[in-house]
Design a protein around this ligand. Structure first.
Ligand code: MN
Length: 194
């Protein structure tokens, strides 16, 4: 069974004007799809052929890890956004954010600072562990599964995620993510699943 490109959870223009259909066509249709094609080529004939993607994201190394983790990360990123996203978290996620950061505004400030300040390519996550919620940065393809953390949300801060729409203004992209796209229902599902 080959590794597959999961369907997007919405149409390619569904996140406009914050993420354009053009960005989605490259980011999903070329980058994400490209990682799938690369992984199928690289994993063929190795111990990883036919394995679960998450097993590769946790245990593989080198190029096989990079492509597997990028497939996993992007699938999680699409779900971290919604055409009905943004606003403030309710329920258990809101309470956990208040407990960890003091307020939603303080969480937003710290998350935005982390995402804007991450040098080079990577990801900024909201994660859970036994101690509660925290913000985590990972470089390149690295992901919380590798560090015994459970991801609730992620924003992609590789330049390919925002350059067509925002050029070098990563802060404007992160602000749009937090104001208009972030999918708190997805975070709540992930928190409840733990
Ligand atoms: Mn990306």
């Amino acid at each position: 069974m080959a590794f597959e490109l999961p369907p997007l959870p919405y149409g390619q223009s569904a996140l406009e004007p914050y993420v354009s259909a053009e960005t989605m066509s490259y980011h999903y249709g070329r980058h994400h799809a490209g990682y799938v094609a690369n992984l199928n080529r690289l994993a063929a004939g190795t111990q990883w052929e036919g394995a679960e993607l998450e097993a590769l994201a946790r245990g593989a190394e080198g190029a096989i890890f990079n492509n597997a983790a990028q497939i996993w990360n992007h699938t999680f990123y699409w779900q971290s956004m919604s055409p009905d996203g943004g606003g403030a978290p309710a329920g258990a996620v809101g309470a956990a954010i208040d407990a960890a950061f003091g307020s939603v505004d303080e969480f937003r400030r710290q998350f935005a600072d982390a995402a804007v300040g991450l040098f080079g390519s990577g990801w900024t996550w909201l994660v859970a562990d036994e101690g509660g919620l925290e913000i985590m940065q990972t470089a390149n393809a690295d992901l919380p599964l590798r560090h015994d953390r459970r991801p609730l949300l992620v924003v992609d801060v590789w330049e390919h995620a925002y350059y067509l729409d925002y050029q070098n203004a990563r802060a404007a992209y992160v602000e749009a993510f937090l104001d208009n796209l972030v999918n708190w229902e997805f975070a709540a599902e992930n928190l409840a699943a733990g």
